[in-house]
Design a protein around this ligand. Structure first.
Ligand code: ZN
Length: 292
């Protein structure tokens, strides 16, 4: 009797497990690219990987480009992924890898550019179209306009000057400009970001670009006196791109504001939607919130 009951329970448990497994939606695949960056990618990639996994939406692979070598052996299979995240700022990829990447985005692939990934590849026009705006590497008025918020409007400024800069690292307010976009919908309109580099003077083709959030680059901290774009999206062919200028180091990336916008941005780039609720520990207008 005892054994029969036990057997029946085992059967029920096995059935419940099978139902649970069947009900779990298949996870999407995300790829992080690193290996060359004038930032500490060895410390930051594990955070980006963890944040993607914590959404429960993604399994994550990392493709690490070799350093100081011919990059012809570096050819991640972009088409296997719903979203590719760049934590890369280095040597130009091989022509084959470049064209595979452009084909991937054009065909509807998701891409996320994190912080210094927008410093990469000044010489590669398609990459600049994909990221919308970039900095350094000789970028100037030939790269495209500055994009700023002036009197409540986004303004494209074609005046001459270098592309890319930042003042001293400090905590600053991020102001949501586009409250309707799935990534920013429901976020506090203004929130304090942890100490980070506030990128300024970014320039690029800026086509099919949507500014989601800006920050005031204060001359007191070495800034431009302009409201600079912090979070933006770009569409390229059928591809969706989320571009965050935030995330200089592990401290900046431990800001809940960075984490949540990155997680939402990755989901949006992959699917065009955001299903993640706003967590209770999101920063406020006056208080930085960190996760360690
Ligand atoms: Zn930086």
């Amino acid at each position: 009797m005892h054994c029969r009951w036990f057997g029946a329970w085992c059967g029920v448990l096995a059935w419940m497990t099978a139902v649970a497994v069947a009900a779990e939606p298949a996870k999407m695949k995300a790829l992080i690219i690193d290996g060359q960056n004038n930032h500490n990618w060895k410390a930051t990639t594990p955070l980006l990987k963890k944040y993607l996994e914590e959404t429960g939406l993604f399994t994550v692979d990392v493709a690490t480009a070799p350093i100081g070598k011919d990059l012809s052996s570096f050819h991640p299979k972009f088409s296997d992924y719903q979203v590719v995240v760049s934590n890369y700022n280095g040597q130009l990829w091989s022509p084959q890898t470049q064209s595979a990447f452009v084909k991937y985005v054009e065909g509807g692939g998701g891409f996320v550019s994190v912080h210094a990934a927008n410093n990469a590849f000044p010489e590669w026009p398609e990459y600049n179209a994909i990221i919308g705006l970039g900095g350094w590497g000789g970028r100037n008025e030939k790269s495209g306009p500055y994009v700023r918020l002036k009197d409540g409007q986004i303004v494209y400024d074609t005046s001459k000057g270098p592309g890319g800069g930042h003042g001293r690292k400090h905590a600053f307010k991020v102001e949501i400009y586009d409250t309707e976009h799935p990534i920013t919908q429901g976020l506090p309109k203004v929130w304090m970001h942890a100490a980070d580099e506030l990128y300024d003077k970014l320039r690029g083709p800026a086509q099919n670009l949507r500014v989601l959030a800006t920050a005031y680059s204060d001359p007191k901290t070495g800034g431009t006196g302009q409201h600079e774009p912090m979070l933006l999206t770009v569409s390229y062919g059928k591809g969706r791109i989320f571009h965050t200028t935030l995330g200089h180091d592990t401290e900046a990336m431990s800001c809940v504001g960075f984490i949540v916008t990155f997680q939402r941005g990755a989901e949006w780039a992959a699917t065009g939607k955001v299903t993640q609720p706003l967590p209770a520990d999101f920063p406020t207008e006056t208080a930085v919130k960190m996760r360690r």
